[in-house]
Design a protein around this ligand. Structure first.
Ligand SMILES: [Zn+2]
Length: 317
């Protein structure tokens, strides 16, 4: 587990709100995000990462010819600071905001930017998810309830498979990968710059959240990473959902990590071993942080069983 996430967890537990985390986890966390430290990191001319501390997602900033295109928006509370950081590199306003997925630490800021009539663009399923109270699964904090968003926090434009934005020499491709981290994920590709914002399909803190209750699936997550590796080169830069700017090397290591765990669980399941036996047998480098190892293997096991069942059905047809 990322030690900052651990600290946040300890703070939350100290405030005894953890017991009712299902209902007010996000509100409690929202009280603490004011202390977030933000750094604006230049990737190349006109492209930046706003890298935060704590349970706050990464923002990609592109200072285009007609305005700023932002990918993800962190928390509404942090919007003034985000705008201040952007104003140090351009005097143009934020024109559009792309959402990578519906989780609060990436899109709570929609509420602030939406109020200023920034165009918010996202996958159709993401907008659907924001319309109602949702339970987020797979996190280190158990089930988390994310309440329905007010109208101003909703995407104003949605897409299904892909969408393209143009600005001068830059072409920005939004690509939907079904059922990876959630069922409404978009990867954002700045083609000319050779930069991707991957959302939480790729994180650097270790074992990732896979939001199974909202369509997340480890098989598709691995496939998406394989796709990214197949279209990348040594100059490609990846902005993960959380963590520093990465290259192919880190993304390959991440693929290995997920593939190795998934393959070990598949092998165990095929032998008919119990989850307990599989959890005992799976080797995960103990230096890997993120979601608790046993909890993660439990998630993977459930997803593997689901896939095996589907495969068997296909075979018996
Ligand atoms: Zn997420």
């Amino acid at each position: 587990m990322n030690y900052l996430i651990l600290i946040a967890l300890v703070i939350l537990m100290a405030h005894s709100s953890y017991g009712q985390h299902e209902n007010n986890f996000i509100d409690s966390l929202g009280q603490t995000v004011g202390g977030t430290k933000e750094e604006l990191i230049k990737i190349k001319e006109n492209y930046y990462l706003i890298q935060p501390t704590g349970i706050v997602g990464n923002i990609a900033v592109y200072t285009g010819s007609t305005g700023v295109v932002m990918v993800d928006a962190q928390w509404a509370k942090l919007a003034p600071r985000i705008k201040e950081l952007i104003s140090t590199v351009t005097d143009k306003p934020v024109r559009s905001l792309v959402n990578t997925h519906f989780h609060f630490d990436h899109v709570d800021g929609n509420k602030a930017f939406g109020r200023e009539n920034v165009t918010i663009i996202a996958h159709t399923n993401l907008r659907e998810r924001l319309l109602k109270d949702r339970v987020i699964s797979g996190s280190a904090f158990g089930a988390i309830i994310q309440k329905a968003y007010p109208t101003e926090g909703l995407p104003t434009i949605t897409f299904n498979d892909t969408m393209t934005l143009y600005d001068g020499n830059e072409t920005i491709r939004l690509i939907h990968f079904p059922n990876a981290h959630t069922d409404g994920d978009a990867i954002v590709h700045f083609k000319t710059a050779n930069i991707y914002h991957t959302g939480d399909i790729f994180v650097t803190y270790g074992l990732p959240v896979i939001d199974e209750a909202n369509g997340g699936d480890i098989y598709a997550m691995i496939q998406t990473i394989e796709y990214l590796l197949s279209v990348s080169n040594s100059d490609t830069r990846f902005i993960p959902g959380h963590g520093p700017v990465c290259s192919v090397k880190e993304l390959s290591e991440y693929r290995m990590l997920l593939t190795s765990i998934k393959d070990q669980v598949v092998a165990g399941a095929k032998k008919g071993l119990s989850l307990e036996k599989i959890t005992e047998a799976v080797t995960v480098n103990k230096n890997v942080g993120g979601i608790d190892r046993n909890m993660f293997i439990g998630h993977v096991y459930r997803m593997v069983l689901k896939h095996e069942k589907m495969n068997n059905k296909k075979k018996s047809r």
